[in-house]
Ligand binder design. Structure first.
Ligand code: TYD
Ligand code: MG
Length: 394
């Protein structure tokens, strides 16, 4: 996530909703790092006994991490500003810290900024890698201090949906490595476990050939991730029918609906439209456009795509289906998980990674040929090109 390791003298911010698992993650991380580095974990939220209890629950109570409970930055500085400082310091959380020079309350913008400033200066002077935990407010902003994002070298968010066990770590700023990299974890009774194969996790609860459900072959950071996109289309009694999106961008949904109407003649007016990325992942790639469009068409026509098919491709306003990056990586991941077919943009070159049969589209209108009223589900036959597309390898 950090691009190969923690850099001495650097500051990182790990943001996330309260209860998402930030303390758990960092305690496990320093317990792991403690084999090679001197680590200090300072909690401003829990007493040392509570932290110990948690460490025991996580099975890391034997690690050589120094634990402390403190909120006064002056005290922390006095302890750490020494000739043999630790290598890694965790401050959990920056919102509980205060410097006595200010009389505003901990958590206020002034206190958070002043505390972070002091601690970052210490980190630079003593070559410490410092990690700040920051709670995020409901609207997704690190509480109070957006300023903090500008002060640190690396900003990492820890995300997850309520009711789901998996958590995603996502770098959004990284002075020392790539951003958009993700780490996927599962919250278990014994803390966070790394999920080596996220696609399998996201597709775990997948049902059979259900209309409205489409598997999107996405890429998060450098890793391909398959995830199911589900659409529901229902008649609406309302003058302004509802459109609701979970895990995707609602502006993007409006665009796809408009393009389907203008370029393919499929109207969703007077209908409620729901789109959900199953499992709670948040997808931001334009490559999901075609998967969303296919899910909508599938929901609208009641025809399912073949169960072994993945979909990806960007859609432009004129209705063109555009190539996306890392097509081979997407197809390889699909093949690895047993998918034999893919609905994709036109693919230059003849290679078919993993032997996946491609159905290539250049215009969104060609989707009509796939959902063409065949009672067998999405069309396998019938085609008068270029208006109609056929699923290859069927
Ligand atoms: P926590 O790390 O305290 O969240 P944060 O620091 O982001 O506020 O994690 C809180 C939740 O994680 C809490 O609801 C209990 C759950 N949890 C587990 O499911 N398993 C575990 O081993 C631990 C330590 C916590
Ligand atoms: Mg915590």
């Amino acid at each position: 996530m950090t691009g190969g390791g923690l850099v001495g003298g650097s500051a990182s911010l790990i943001g996330g909703d309260p209860g998402i698992g930030k303390s758990t993650l960092l305690l496990q991380a320093v317990a792991g790092l403690a084999k090679d580095a001197r680590c200090v974990y300072i909690s401003g939220e829990e007493a040392i006994d509570q932290v110990r209890l948690r460490a025991t629950r996580l099975g890391v109570e034997k690690s050589s991490v120094s634990l402390a409970s403190a909120t006064n930055v002056g005290d922390i500085m006095a302890t750490l500003d020494v000739d043999d400082p630790p290598d890694v310091v965790v401050i959990d959380s920056i919102q509980t810290m205060y410097v006595t020079a200010f009389d505003s309350a901990p958590g206020s913008v002034g206190q958070v900024r002043a505390s972070a400033q002091e601690l970052i200066r210490l980190a630079k002077r003593r070559n410490i890698a410092i990690l700040f935990v920051g709670h995020v407010t409901k609207d997704g902003v690190i509480a109070g201090p957006r300023v903090l994002e500008h002060m640190v070298d690396t900003v990492i968010y820890f995300e997850g949906e309520r009711g789901h066990h998996f958590r995603i770590l996502r770098a959004v700023k990284n002075r020392f490595g790539p951003t958009d990299e993700i780490g996927v974890f599962e919250m278990t009774g014994k803390g966070l476990m790394e999920v080596k194969n996220p696609s399998a996790l996201f597709l775990a609860d997948r049902q059979g050939d259900v209309s409205g459900a489409v598997v999107f072959a996405g890429v998060e950071g450098s890793r391909p991730v398959l995830v199911e996109m589900q659409a529901l289309v229902a008649p609406s009694p309302m003058g302004t029918p509802r459109r609701a999106v979970v895990g995707w961008d609602s502006g993007r949904l409006s665009m796809i609906l408009a393009v389907l109407e203008a370029r393919a003649g499929v109207s969703f007016s007077g209908k409620e439209v729901y789109l959900n990325v199953a499992g709670g992942l948040r997808v931001s790639e334009p490559a999901a456009d075609l998967a969303a469009a296919a899910a909508l068409m599938s929901a609208e026509t009641g025809q399912a795509l073949p169960r072994d098919m993945v979909v990806f491709g960007e859609i432009g306003l004129s209705g063109e289906v555009r190539p996306v990056s890392q097509m081979d990586a997407r197809l390889k991941e699909a093949s690895k998980l047993g998918f034999n077919r893919a609905l994709t943009p036109r693919h230059r070159g003849k290679s078919k990674p993993g032997g996946v049969a491609l159905t290539e589209l250049s215009e969104i209108v060609e989707l009509l040929g796939i959902f063409d009223g065949d009672s067998q589900g999405a069309a396998v036959e019938s085609g008068t090109p270029p208006q109609r597309a056929r699923i290859a390898g069927g």
